[in-house]
Design a protein. Structure first.
Length: 226
């Protein structure tokens, strides 16, 4: 038998140990082979860490995707359409406000015109009643004291009732005596000189004048001093 040296024996033990280590599965992988480069070997199981896979998947989902050019063009058209719609709405609002203002003005004019027409109609009727008032006043002024009684009292009651009715609808006498002459209200039929009176003073009312609201229903016929 050939003699074996100590060095050869040690080398043989080292080689046997390395072979055993190569054949034994690694404890870190628990018998599972992870293939990093190249195609997976047939009959092997490739594993991927679940937590790492989910994290990368979420990151991929959250990563903003580029907007296609077609969508960009569509968004611009929508924005332009929105701007046009907003401008049209503003224009319609201004038109509505102008129409409402015109309507209010037209309604105010119509009410004013209707009021004037009513006043003109009422004025014409009231003017025709004034001669009756004049006759009642003359009758009351010319009743002799000896003949005053129930008849004259009845006429006076009718006269007062008529004047109260006139007042409720806006008809009132001018009472021009002792007031300055005003051609807008008075008609001067007689002029007299009186040094005791101021110039252009109404000293007598020949026919009583009346106002209907802010209009002259009938001018006063007056006597003016100086």
């Amino acid at each position: 038998m050939a003699e074996i040296s100590m060095a050869q024996m040690l080398q043989a033990l080292q080689d046997e140990k390395e072979e055993n280590v190569a054949e034994k599965p690694s404890s870190k992988t628990d018998g599972v082979i992870n293939v990093v480069i190249g195609e997976p070997i047939e009959g092997t199981i490739v594993t991927v860490d679940d937590e790492q896979y989910v994290t990368e998947k979420d990151a991929e989902a959250k990563r903003p995707k580029p907007v296609p050019k077609k969508n960009r063009r569509g968004n611009k058209e929508l924005i332009a359409e929105l701007d046009r719609t907003r401008e049209q709405a503003e224009g319609n609002k201004e038109k509505y406000q102008r129409l409402m203002a015109e309507f209010d003005n037209a309604r105010a004019r119509s009410e004013k015109e209707n009021s004037k027409m009513f006043d003109y109609g009422a004025k014409d009727t009231l003017e025709k009643l004034l001669p009756i008032v004049d006759d009642l006043e003359r009758a009351l002024d010319n009743v002799p004291d000896a003949e005053k009684g129930a008849f004259s009292n009845g006429i006076e009651m009718i006269y007062k009732k008529l004047m109260d009715t006139f007042k409720t609808i806006g008809v009132e006498p001018m009472n021009a005596v002792d007031k300055p002459f005003d051609p807008n209200l008075h008609n001067a039929v007689i002029h007299v000189e009186d040094e005791n009176l101021p110039e252009n003073t109404v000293v007598e009312e020949m026919q009583k004048g009346y106002m209907y609201k802010d209009q002259v229903l009938r001018h006063s016929m007056v006597k003016v001093a100086n």
